[in-house]
Write a protein that binds this ligand. Structure first.
Ligand SMILES: Cc1ncc(COP(=O)(O)O)c(C=O)c1O
Length: 405
């Protein structure tokens, strides 16, 4: 087949693939437990729905400016002021089809062939592929401690004269790790000193637990937004449970936003007019849903971590944010792909292999489902792996007999 070298080099999204597998099995009536998902189960905010409905009812749904409708840019400016204490202008904001597209056009706007982009393992599965799509070279920082938060030394060692940008994702997917404020401050200062772009992927920034508050990276920068190489990526997907709406944004200097807008205009024209209205509704409407979601997730996290702590052989770090944890199952199987396939086949639990996030031996487990899914999911995994567990397990009215341990 004559598909391009580039297309051949790009891996499929393992998380979206897992969603597909779970959906197919459920459609067949199988009692699947999905611990692989990357989206809250709650409904989208009513203000988002009302605003999108009004737009739909107008039947006047046309192309919008490529960088987003003025009302949504205004809402993003307000959000940036409120949560980052940073005043920015409309020309500093671009609205895209999800944070994913914002990141993708950003990398395309920044990278020349062979420029290096540095990010930390375990990393979000899309970073290496997005860098490759932009003809850049992904460079992975592997924290020397073997833990999820790097030291400045780890980062400094990965940065070279070829480095164009560093991506930081805190709270991070898949580990849920939240970087200490001092580390964020050091990273901002280091990037300014080295004159490299710092991309803060803040898509989970308010989903943070244990009484901690989100940190604004701008607080540590001495530069004005126009001089700055700091870029903040965010969106409505995670905080407002609006993953399917596909609205995200970037805040950056106006020259960069202008370049990103040209790329976006020539590829997808603009984000959907209807869904941008929904995002305005979410950002400008009643905000209590975000805090309810955060509280619910914190409780789910505690349940999942208690379950995993009682799971012999499994090592887990308590995530400070997001809705994921990233336990180490290497005592049971060092090959995370084989382990995830085994769990799906034997006990119908969907997980995501750590290999795809750049860390073997781990599985990403989400706690954005129900408490029942969390407890039953871990119970099934335990049953599948632990030789001390009883020999039989009921999934619905199906009796499973373990014949592999
Ligand atoms: C770290 C990270 N960044 C960005 C995104 C993309 O979010 P969106 O749905 O806005 O494209 C995700 C989604 O899973 C993510 O985990």
């Amino acid at each position: 087949m004559s598909i391009s070298q580039l297309a051949k080099s790009i891996a499929e999204s393992p998380t979206l693939k897992m969603n597909e597998i779970a959906r197919t099995l459920r459609d067949r009536g199988e009692a699947v437990i999905h611990l692989g998902g990357g989206e809250p189960k709650s409904k989208a905010p009513i203000d988002a729905i009302l605003r999108a409905s009004a737009k739909l009812n107008s039947a006047d749904i046309k192309y919008t400016p490529s960088d987003g409708i003025p009302e949504l840019k205004k809402a993003v400016i307000r959000y940036t002021e409120e949560h980052y204490r940073k005043v920015v202008e409309p020309e500093n904001v671009i609205v895209s089809n999800g944070a994913k597209q914002a990141l993708s056009v950003l990398l395309q706007a920044l990278i020349n062939p062979q420029d290096e982009v540095v990010f930390v393992a375990p990393y979000w599965v899309s970073y290496p592929e997005m860098v490759k799509i932009a003809y850049g070279v992904p460079v992975v920082v592997e924290p020397e401690s073997g833990r999820f938060i790097p030291t400045m030394k780890d980062i400094e060692q990965a940065v070279s004269s070829y480095t164009k940008a560093l991506i930081i994702n805190s709270p991070g997917n898949p580990s849920g790790a939240v970087y200490p404020e001092e580390l964020i401050a050091q990273i901002v200062k280091f990037c300014e000193k080295k004159d490299i772009y710092l991309i803060m992927d803040d898509i989970y920034h308010k989903l943070i637990y244990d009484g901690r508050s989100p940190v604004s990276c701008y607080a540590f920068s001495k530069k004005s937004i126009e001089q700055s190489k700091l870029i903040v990526i965010n969106g409505v997907s995670k905080l407002y449970a609006m993953t399917g709406f596909r609205i995200g944004w970037a805040v950056a200097n106006s020259q960069l936003v202008e370049a990103m807008t040209r790329l976006q205009a020539q590829t997808t024209s603009c984000p959907s007019a209807l869904l941008q209205e929904a995002a305005v509704g979410a950002l400008m409407g009643v905000q209590s849903g975000v805090e309810s979601l955060r509280l619910m997730l914190e409780n789910n996290r505690n349940v999942m971590i208690d379950e995993l702590n009682a799971f012999e052989g499994v090592k887990v770090e308590k995530p400070g944010g997001t809705f994921y944890c990233f336990p180490d199952f290497s005592a049971y199987n060092k090959d995370s792909v084989k382990l995830a396939e085994f769990l799906l086949e034997k006990v119908r639990v969907v997980t995501v292999p750590g290999k795809d996030f750049g860390m073997e031996g781990h599985l990403r487990l989400s706690f954005c489902g129900s408490i029942k899914d969390i407890t039953e999911g871990i119970e099934r995994i335990k049953w599948a792996l632990d030789p001390n567990a009883p020999n039989e397990l009921f999934i619905g009215d199906r009796k499973l007999v373990r014949d592999w341990l």
